[in-house]
Design a protein around this ligand. Structure first.
Ligand SMILES: *Cc1c(COP(=O)(O)O)cnc(C)c1O
Length: 401
């Protein structure tokens, strides 16, 4: 009999989205008339199709596969040079220097944020924000790591800062944040970078929503902060930027400056380790997808992606303006597709879910699904249509106005 990875027994059952689906279906069955009126603002997935430029490039990639002269087999595990150069140029456009050789193209940020635990041994002090994208916590539990939570709350605007008295080895940060929509300022990230350098720690920075940032003062990459190349890995994704949730492409930056010492004093480069990890366990992102990814970062590609992002952000504004008018305290909704509001009347997040479903047939995501600190909060997303979002907010006004 195989001995199993019993750390899996320590994972909390992930019933969030199945429970939402279950409660919604049960309600609709019992109340068919109201059930037909349900508006879903819990979607954590984009809804707009790929842009024309990307689509044309994907077709080109497909056609190349059909003739012997242009056919591609296994590609470089790190990604094609053209894709890596396009990503580096995109960073440059946003005022950040990243060496294409430090960029690893992948099938998405979930894989990379999850697989990065391969590089670290046991016994680290690992800081993870609460609430946050559940992948960081679950992947650490899977390898038996203990996690220290960084408390996000209304007092710190859901942007926890380091405690200089507390030592850390590994720090996960996500900005703009899923689920809260909160976004760190340059000054705040500088404090994190200085803290990491002082502790000889590594920051694992998830910038999956960087394309939603429109204020030029807010950093879209941790490398916009001085010293970050000496302490930070950055994960990014085309999922929310370019609607690639189903097409699959992401990238991770592991600067060659990230060198730490082994227990016997040997120098170990995270870039070399990640390269070895990817070459051993990953055979690269498909050529076709990389053809599409490359043009996401062209002038025309960026323009097309921004059109969709602006559409989502208009929805976010409708939600934010409504909550403001209703004096419901919320976070996010500006540089993010997420609006994170405090459940009215002291409700916990699942009671709030039922209350909204039963009274105005609006479905969202209970904050409890993202950590203990989300238990009295609720996430709405801007990925619906403008019409449905507006209608949902009209219903909010009748319920809470
Ligand atoms: C959606 C999301 C990602 C992207 O994951 P992909 O695997 O690239 O689709 C990464 N991090 C966060 C916080 C997300 O919300």
């Amino acid at each position: 009999m195989p001995r199993l990875n019993e750390n899996y027994l320590n994972l909390k059952e992930s019933y969030l989205f199945s429970e939402i689906a279950h409660r919604t279906a049960a309600y609709a069955e019992k109340h068919p008339q109201q059930g037909a009126q349900i508006i879903r603002l819990g979607i954590g997935d984009v809804t707009k199709p790929l842009g024309k430029t990307v689509l044309a490039a994907l077709h080109e990639g497909v056609d190349a596969m059909g003739s012997a002269e242009t056919f591609k087999g296994y590609g470089p595990e790190q990604g094609y040079e053209a894709t890596r150069n396009a990503i580096a140029a995109y960073y440059k456009r946003n005022g950040v220097n990243v060496d294409p050789g430090d960029i690893f193209v992948s099938d998405g940020a979930k894989s990379d944020t999850g697989n990065i635990t391969d590089l670290f041994g046991p016994g680290n002090v690992i800081l993870i924000p609460d609430p946050v994208y559940p992948v960081y916590v679950d992947t650490n539990i899977m390898c038996g790591n203990e996690v220290t939570f960084l408390n996000g709350n209304a007092e710190n605007q859901f942007l926890p800062m380091p405690d200089p008295k507390q030592h850390a080895d590994i720090i996960y940060l996500c900005s703009p944040n899923n689920p809260t929509g909160a976004c760190y300022s340059r000054e705040q990230l500088k404090i994190w970078v200085d803290y990491a350098l002082q502790n000889n720690a590594v920051i694992l920075f998830d910038s999956a929503y960087e394309a939603f940032i429109s204020d030029p003062e807010l950093p879209r990459s941790i490398y916009a902060v001085e010293g970050a190349e000496k302490c930070a890995v950055e994960f990014c994704s085309l999922s929310k930027t370019a609607g690639f949730t189903g097409t699959r492409c992401g990238y991770t930056v592991v600067p060659r400056e990230l060198v730490f010492r082994s227990s016997t004093g040997e120098r170990m480069s995270l870039n070399a380790m990640w390269n070895r990890r990817q070459c051993t366990k990953f055979n690269g992102t498909s050529y076709i997808v990389q053809k599409g990814a490359e043009v996401v970062f062209s002038e025309e590609g960026i323009r097309e992606c921004q059109e969709n992002i602006q559409y989502y952000k208009r929805n976010a504004k409708v939600i934010a303006d409504t909550l403001e008018k209703l004096q419901i305290r919320f976070f996010g909704g500006v540089h993010s597709p997420y609006i994170w509001f405090e459940c009215p009347n002291g409700m916990d997040s699942w009671s709030c879910f039922d209350y909204l479903l039963e009274n105005i047939q609006v479905v969202g995501t209970p904050g409890a699904g993202f950590g203990e600190n989300g238990r009295n909060y609720f996430r709405l997303t801007a990925f619906g249509t403008f019409e449905k979002t507006t209608e949902a907010m009209e219903r909010f006004v009748t319920l809470f106005g």
